[in-house]
Design a protein around this ligand. Structure first.
Ligand code: ZN
Length: 147
C-alpha cells in the first residue's frame, strides 16, 4: 500500500516533470549520465548571494532518474547553498540505506526510498544530485574567478 503510494509520486513526477526546462544564462550547469541505464540529465541553477534562486533540468531516461531530477529541482529552488548541501547529504544517506527519510525535510523525495532495495537503480536516483553538485562546484569556482 505504501509502496503503491510512492510509485504514484514517482510516476507523477516522471509524467509531469517540474522545472523541466533550460535556464538561459544560468550561473552554473552540468551534464551527467548513467551509462548503465542510459539516463542523461543536464542540471541548471542560478546562484545568487549563496542562494539557489532557480533550478531546472533537461534530460531523458528511466522514470527514477527523471523523477529524482524533478523532485530535486523542486526541493532545492529557493534554498541556501548550505541547505542544499545538507539536503544532498540526507538524500545520499537515504539512498545508502543509512537513514530513514524525514518527510518533513525530503518531501516527495522520500518516495525514492524504495529504490534502496534495487541496487542497480540507485545510480539512477542519485544521478541528478551528482550532476547538481558538479554544477554548483563549477559555478562557485567560476564565480570566484570572476572576482
Ligand atoms: Zn535509470
Amino acid at each position: 500500500m505504501i509502496d503503491e503510494l510512492y510509485k504514484e509520486v514517482i510516476l507523477d513526477h516522471y509524467k509531469s516533470p517540474r522545472n523541466k526546462r533550460g535556464i538561459e544564462a544560468a550561473t552554473c550547469s552540468s551534464h551527467g549520465n548513467n551509462p548503465l541505464c542510459g539516463d542523461e540529465v543536464t542540471v541548471y541553477a542560478n546562484v545568487e548571494d549563496g542562494q539557489v534562486t532557480d533550478a531546472a533540468f533537461e534530460g531523458q531516461g528511466c522514470s527514477i532518474s527523471q523523477a529524482s531530477a524533478s523532485m530535486m529541482t523542486d526541493a532545492v529552488g529557493g534554498r541556501s547553498l548550505d541547505e542544499v548541501h545538507s539536503l544532498t547529504k540526507e538524500f545520499r544517506a537515504m539512498m545508502a540505506g543509512e537513514s530513514e527519510p524525514s518527510e518533513d525535510e525530503l518531501g516527495d523525495l522520500a518516495a525514492l526510498r524504495g529504490v534502496v532495495r534495487y541496487p542497480a537503480r540507485i545510480k539512477c536516483a542519485v544521478l541528478a544530485w551528482d550532476t547538481l553538485e558538479q554544477a554548483l562546484e563549477g559555478g562557485e569556482a567560476r564565480g570566484a574567478a570572476a572576482h
